[in-house]
Design a protein. Structure first.
Length: 346
């Protein structure tokens, strides 16, 4: 009788290994499908978390100095909130300008955070651009640069101005103040591969954080902002020192500096943070600096009409346009003084 050949049986270890490989393949394919769906259906050019992620990975770069943490890349280009964004050789938003202003030209530095940078706003609609354009239409010989960087506070703005803004030799410094400038400098952690490359991971992490905020013990937004200005709050203490630092620079350079307060746009009339504005005003005026509250330029407008999107209350083009006349009104007398003393800005 002929014997049938015996079939070899898979070993137990071989079966486990095969299952592991199959599981890895299934997970990898699922991850790729999930990533593709996230890019196709969620990344529509207006998703706040994804646009901020693009800003962080395409325009920003880490800076090891503890009072900076991050800055803009030079000569960066991106599309954020469906508007083109560019930086010049110094990392300023907008077209490049020479390091030294042309003869007779008064140079204006715009220093601030994402509200100055113009998050979600086309370059020509930012108040930094509109102020310069309006002054030029009035016949004034001026130029300027936008040193606004997203997620900066006053401490970082001071460090950035010292490193990058002062070299441009501005004749007028415009410092914008927003209520979250009282936050401490953030802690920067090492990003993972997913943090840098995965849309699906960014969306998942943001949505999970939103759920935790909704059901967790974190304070609601009004309390969060007001707590920043408690007398012993470290961020506020450092902010006051930074404002004093701007005052020292202004006196040292003999360069006029105006602090423009930009209101939080979720509620305008009555404005819920008048007490915070008063605290900031006192610190600024104690330095001998001009403080201008721009709340009156927008307080009679519908708040949501001034937001980039309904979930994102950054000032949109309409808000920037509303701020512009209030800023121009304060800058014109300074140009008159420069014209009389130095024949600049005439």
């Amino acid at each position: 009788m002929n014997e049938q050949p015996k079939r070899s049986r898979p070993t137990k270890s071989g079966g486990i290994l095969g299952n592991i490989v199959l599981l890895v393949v299934v997970l990898a394919v699922s991850a790729l499908v999930l990533e593709g769906m996230a890019r196709m259906f969620i990344d529509d050019g207006y998703s706040y978390e994804l646009e901020m992620w693009k800003y962080a990975t395409q325009v920003k770069t880490r800076d090891p100095r503890p009072d900076l943490g991050h800055r803009h890349r030079p000569n960066a280009k991106a599309e954020l909130m469906s508007v083109p964004v560019r930086t010049d050789a110094f990392g300023f938003r907008g077209p490049g300008i020479p390091e030294t202003a042309p003869a007779g030209t008064a140079r204006i530095a715009f220093v601030g955070d994402s509200t100055t940078f113009g998050w979600g706003v086309a370059e020509q609609d930012t108040f930094a651009h509109q102020v310069i354009a309006d002054l030029q239409r009035k016949g004034r010989k001026v130029d300027g640069f936008n040193l606004g960087v997203g997620n900066y506070n006053t401490v970082q703005e001071l460090a950035s101005f010292r490193d990058y803004g002062m070299r441009m030799k501005p004749d007028i410094i415009v410092l914008t103040y927003f209520i979250n400038d009282g936050e401490p400098v953030p802690t920067y952690t090492q990003e993972s591969w997913l943090d840098l490359h995965s849309v699906a991971w960014i969306v998942f992490r943001y949505r999970l954080d939103s759920v935790i905020r909704q059901f967790g013990s974190r304070p609601e937004w009004k309390k969060y902002y007001r707590d920043l200005y408690e007398p012993d709050a470290a961020g506020w203490q450092n902010t006051q020192k930074a404002l004093a630092g701007f005052g020292e620079i202004s006196r040292q350079l003999g360069t006029p500096l105006i602090v423009f307060h930009l209101p939080e746009l979720r509620e305008l009339k009555p404005y819920p943070f008048a007490d915070v504005t008063a605290k900031v005003r006192k610190v600024v005026e104690d330095q001998g600096l001009r403080f201008v509250d721009l709340l009156p330029t927008v307080e009679n407008l519908e708040p949501s009409s001034l937001w980039v999107t309904v979930p994102d209350p950054h000032p949109n083009a309409k808000a920037n346009t509303a701020f512009t006349p209030g800023m121009v009104k304060e800058i014109l007398p300074l140009l008159d003084q420069l014209c009389a003393k130095q024949t600049k800005g005439c």
